[in-house]
Design a protein around this ligand. Structure first.
Ligand code: NI
Length: 184
């Protein structure tokens, strides 16, 4: 089932999301719905707060990049209760976008490597260091679970420059090809 994507201004996007227990109702169905919603919107990641749920569940699809990055062939993963334990000191900057911020694309500086712990869709525990685009994508999605969005990482000047677009979102003026839920 395709769900509406919650847009900037929705309070759930600013909440710290909670870990879930393995018996969370209809978890498999939820993950399937999140993949479907992300695919429909041509996204490469989606966090549960973006469909209105303040819980720590994320889906990421890097297979869409596999033409340029063959190592991501078949990469479609769900992350349950993910937590970033530590990061390295090296950073790089790359353009990001977000389904909850349609029409905004800005370079974001982030650590290049992260140490993460999470459960996969089969509730198997993982504890690993990841790098590259995978690390960037995880940081973007896991930020959503802390009530953060990529625009929080921008300089005051860049924030000023996107203010008009953000105000439009708050007024419910959003143009995109997928179903959304704005505050107004
Ligand atoms: Ni996002």
């Amino acid at each position: 089932m395709i769900l509406p994507v919650y847009i900037y201004g929705q309070p759930v996007l600013r909440k710290v999301a909670e870990d879930i227990t393995p018996d969370y109702p209809n978890l498999k169905q939820l993950i399937e719905n999140m993949f479907e919603t992300m695919d429909r919107a041509d996204g490469c990641g989606l966090a549960a707060p973006q469909i209105g749920l303040p819980i720590r569940v994320v889906v990421i699809d890097l297979d869409v990049m596999s033409d340029d990055f063959p190592e991501y062939k078949g990469y479609r993963k769900a992350f349950i209760n993910p937590h970033i334990i530590e990061t390295n000191d090296e950073t790089d900057s790359q353009e990001e976008g977000c389904l909850s911020l349609p029409g905004i694309h800005e370079p974001v500086k982030r650590p290049t490597k992260i140490h993460v712990k999470y459960l996969d869709a089969d509730l198997k525990e993982h504890d690993e260091w990841v790098e590259g685009f995978e690390a960037r994508c995880m940081q973007h999605e896991f930020d959503h679970l802390e009530g953060k969005m990529f625009i929080d990482h921008l300089s005051a000047l860049r924030k000023q420059m996107i203010k008009g677009k953000l105000n439009n979102m708050l007024k419910g003026n959003v143009r995109c090809s997928y179903k959304v839920k704005t505050v107004k």
